[in-house]
Design a protein around this ligand. Structure first.
Ligand SMILES: NC(=O)c1ccc[n+]([C@@H]2O[C@H](COP(=O)([O-])OP(=O)(O)OC[C@H]3O[C@@H](n4cnc5c(N)ncnc54)[C@H](O)[C@@H]3O)[C@@H](O)[C@H]2O)c1
Length: 270
């Protein structure tokens, strides 16, 4: 359809072909966008991103999203490569050391908490601040980050990532006010169904989250491909007036109390 035709941007977080950012890059390319791909230097070592870059005609710039220096260089170089200001930015980044090391929530290690908070939440503020200071966004541009419903409800095992996602969503609301008022740019988070990716499968009991959400959601879990299409719609001019929102992309999970399938597990009378 070409709904992103002429639009330029930066896509953070494509690690491998399971990554949500990878799918967003594929759909955005198919819809006519031009973009720079970026990831943390350590993630680049695996080299998988080069295949995506080739397929989408993109350049790759490594940047640690917690480093203001890296972000400054990334935005400058991207505008140089793309020949002007940006219309879209995707923040698809998450990591918790406490989750990785399987530390239970009541016993969180605070050094690790700070690291995960910086990578998963504050980095979004840093990306927004870099775009703000460099006046890098075109009017009616769209900036998105990915979230999860553990920001609103308890999912044991999601651990300090729950707090990080609450913070991330709050940053989208607050920075969204300034970006809207002064630059006519929108800022939102997309709260996606559990999805089998490298970050997702690192969470203890992830198969349980995934299966439960799938039988609870009337439409079933949303795939990474469907999430990518939704993100692309949010980058397009069809959603110009949507900002400061946390948008659930979850097959109806967030509005469902219980499904017939879950009731049947406990209803012994039938
Ligand atoms: N998989 C799920 O179930 C699910 C559900 C809802 C939301 N999300 C969110 O989607 C986003 C993308 O995750 P994914 O599931 O595609 O997994 P993924 O592991 O493919 O992506 C996570 C990315 O974060 C990058 N990253 C980590 N530290 C970084 C740093 N310092 N600087 C720059 N990049 C860094 C990784 O290299 C990786 O590319 C995350 O925000 C995640 O929390 C995932």
């Amino acid at each position: 359809m070409g709904i992103l035709s002429g639009k330029k941007g930066i896509i953070f977080g494509a690690l491998n072909d399971q990554s949500i950012a990878w799918k967003v890059a594929e759909v955005a390319h198919a819809e006519g966008a031009e973009f720079v791909l970026t990831n943390a230097p350590i993630a680049m070592r695996m080299g998988e991103i080069n295949g995506l870059a080739e397929a989408t005609g993109s350049q790759v710039i490594s940047a640690d999203a917690t480093s203001m220096e890296d972000l400054d260089e990334l935005f400058s170089k991207s505008m140089e490569i793309l020949g002007g200001k940006l219309d879209l930015v995707l923040h698809s980044i998450g990591m918790s050391v406490n989750v990785r090391k399987k530390v239970p929530y009541p016993e969180l290690n605070y050094e690790w908490l700070e690291k995960g908070w910086d990578v998963s939440a504050v980095s979004f503020h840093k990306v927004l601040q870099t775009a703000w200071k460099k006046d890098a966004m075109n009017e009616w541009g769209s900036i998105l980050a990915l979230s999860y419903i553990a920001a609103q409800r308890v999912f044991p095992g999601y651990n300090d990532m729950s707090d990080n996602k609450s913070y991330l969503e709050s940053i989208a609301r607050n920075f969204g006010y300034y970006f809207g008022k002064e630059k006519n740019v929108r800022v939102n988070t997309v709260s996606q169904s559990p999805t089998m990716t490298t970050a997702g499968s690192g969470v203890k009991g992830f198969g349980g989250f995934l299966g439960y959400a799938d039988v609870t959601s009337p439409l079933g879990n949303a795939s990474a491909e469907d999430c990518a299409k939704y993100c692309v719609s949010l980058f397009s001019d069809f959603t110009k007036m949507v900002t400061m929102q946390n948008l659930f992309h979850d097959g109806g999970f967030s509005s469902t109390g219980i499904s017939k399938e879950v009731m049947d597990i406990f209803d012994k009378e039938e």
